[in-house]
Design a protein around this ligand. Structure first.
Ligand code: PAF
Length: 286
């Protein structure tokens, strides 16, 4: 794996590389990231990973300073996964001047996660557009665990007519069902044992909806209360349309997804389960 030491060096290294597939990350890589790298290989000739903890997408009380940085281990994992090139720019290289031109996503940026993390999706869209411009890939992969992020980036790419296929990678889970996340490392042993409750509740809601439950507000409220009774502080549990993450006008309005964000100790965990009648909850790899 090549690690170009600057953006110009990366651009040189990318000449005549065929179809380039980009996998942007913030590092502290786990099996979910590695699955994205392996899938990237299927979609192109050259796989480029980036590691950059993007200050722009963190709020003032978010975990930017303590976000785990594990560059040496990350390099070993990326190289083992067959990644061709890694760009890991410094903040001054990616933001040599204040990034005053930013991508301002539409109303979706203030809903669900955006309601609790103001400015987050503006920061994500801005850095991803910048990485797209630097790498100029033909395809890019993002994990479905960040379902709203994937939607925002897919819509941005389409509306700005970027010639890039945005591909969603399935969520990878631990044996007990917990979605892998760098933020799981903030959990104590007791919290780690409690954490799989989040996906169990989401699966249960998905099963109830498939079985015909139609009072979505009640399902959401009960789930949120159950989490909070077990020591969580829930931001939201929401049943939404997969297509645009809006509230469905009626239970059969289209394919649904149930999403949640909740805090356990000092970790804010997010997860989602697509509700696909033919496949059933979770068989899509959520
Ligand atoms: O999902 C992430 O790790 C980040 O939001 C991303 C897409 C790398 C942008 O910083």
């Amino acid at each position: 794996m090549q690690i170009p030491s600057s953006i110009p060096e990366l651009r040189l290294a990318l000449r005549n590389r065929g179809r380039v597939v980009l996998v942007p990350t913030m590092g502290n890589l786990h099996a979910g990231h590695i699955a994205l790298m392996k899938e990237a290989r299927v979609h192109g000739d050259t796989v480029v990973a980036t590691i950059f903890v993007n200050r722009l997408q963190f709020g003032p009380s978010d975990d930017f300073d303590r976000y785990p940085r594990t560059f040496t281990e990350d390099c070993e994992r990326l190289s083992g996964a067959g990644v061709d090139l890694l760009l890991a720019p410094t903040e001054t290289e990616l933001y040599p001047e204040p990034q005053t031109y930013q991508v301002d996503p539409p109303a979706i940026q203030n809903q669900l996660d955006g309601e609790f993390r103001p400015g987050h999706f503006r920061g994500v869209a801005t850095v991803v557009l910048k990485l797209f411009n630097i790498v100029q890939p033909q395809a890019a992969l993002f994990g479905k665990k960040d379902y709203q992020q994937l939607l925002v980036l897919r819509n941005m790419t389409r509306q700005l007519a970027l010639p890039i296929d945005v591909i969603g990678g399935e969520t990878v889970r631990a044996d007990d069902g917990l979605a892998l996340s760098s933020r799981n490392s903030y959990l104590s042993a007791a919290e780690r044992a409690e954490a799989p409750r989040l996906q169990r509740i989401l699966r249960r809601i998905a099963a109830a909806v498939l079985a015909g439950a139609s009072d979505f507000t009640q399902l959401e409220r009960q789930a949120s209360e159950e989490l909070d009774q077990h020591g969580w502080q829930t931001d939201y549990v929401a049943i939404r349309l997969q297509a645009d993450l809006q509230v469905p006008s009626h239970p059969a309005a289209g394919p649904l997804v149930v999403l949640a964000a909740s805090r356990l100790g000092s970790a804010r965990l997010i997860d989602n389960v697509e509700i696909n009648p033919k496949k059933g909850p979770l068989t899509g790899g959520n």
